[in-house]
Design a binder for this molecule. Sequence first.
Ligand SMILES: Nc1ncnc2c1ncn2[C@@H]1O[C@H](COP(=O)(O)OP(=O)(O)OP(=O)(O)O)[C@@H](O)[C@H]1O
Ligand SMILES: [Mg+2]
Length: 346
Amino acid sequence: METSQAKTRKLLLGIDLGTSRTVVMSNRGAKAMVRSVVGYPKDIIGVKILNRTSSFGDDALNKRSYMNLFFPLRDGVLKEASERDTEAARELLQHVISLADPKPEDEICCILGVPARASQSNKNQLLKITDGLVDLAMVISEPFMVAYGLNKLTNAIIIDIGAGTVDICAMRGTIPAAEDQLSLLKAGNFINEVLSNAIGQAYPDVQMNPLLAERIKEQHGFVGEPPGKAVVTLRSAGKPVPHDLTGELRSACEAIVPEILEGVKQLITVFDPEDQEEALRNVILAGGGSRLHGLDVMVAEGLRDYGEVSVSRVSDPDHAGCAGALKLATELPAEYWSQVGDTSRG
Ligand SMILES: Nc1ncnc2c1ncn2[C@@H]1O[C@H](COP(=O)(O)OP(=O)(O)OP(=O)(O)O)[C@@H](O)[C@H]1O
Ligand SMILES: [Mg+2]
């Protein structure tokens, strides 16, 4: 990054660039979250109303009637569809960095999370958009960030249930290698689609879409035994009518569970046999999807054949990954970053 001023202070950032929301935390106490969406006014009238040429997060969503919206991340990685998406990703990143209030004299060093099995080209692409925005950037796997933040570096299994991907990682006391991690594409957004379709099929009069289904899921989502009846008021031919969505919610939310169990079973075998017992007592659910009611119980049940299993949830799923990235940025001197992950200097 070029400025004429000498950079005298380090601003350390953890950034979790997620499919549904982006979180930033700094070593000076900044903490912010934005929906991962960028809006551009459709025409000059929009520019006049907005008084700017772009808008971010909920602000962009609220003004969608006169905005073109871009969701620059898909399945947790940058969309390569168009230059506009890349530009939107860059502007989103620039926006969250600005929320951390950098000063001209700051050398900005940031650690960014990527899905567990992001390809080398995904990582390079992400590093490329940091060019000119920060002085030093490193990408590391999202579930590793969570593990680092919780200090669960050995004999633990992290399951990060996001919107685009479920990332599972076996922590064995080293930086996780490719065989220690996997990414599944059936995650939060997949539940939204299944739920939206199921409701649409059961109640053809109801206007349903994945965004609405997401809201219903976040309020009532569960797996296993229903915690109660999920009765939701939906507009049927324009009129509000209560609908019992318990069955639809259950099957949609449970749709992601079989692959998660398969993934955990596959990753258990990367531990030494004498460590497997301890790893199974340290299964940790993270990411927004970890809030699904009953998921901890269902994962533990699904692993019953493996002996004693204990599944817990992180206390703050919105910030756990980002907090881990910031902790790593604080504890690991920048000179060593290139030994830990892929880095680029701006
Ligand atoms: N109470 C809830 N119950 C079920 N799901 C929830 C709840 N709250 C949030 N979610 C879901 O969690 C997902 C968002 O989680 P998170 O913020 O960890 O994802 P992300 O980091 O943006 O995505 P990714 O890691 O895939 O890029 C969304 O699908 C959202 O609907
Ligand atoms: Mg995430």
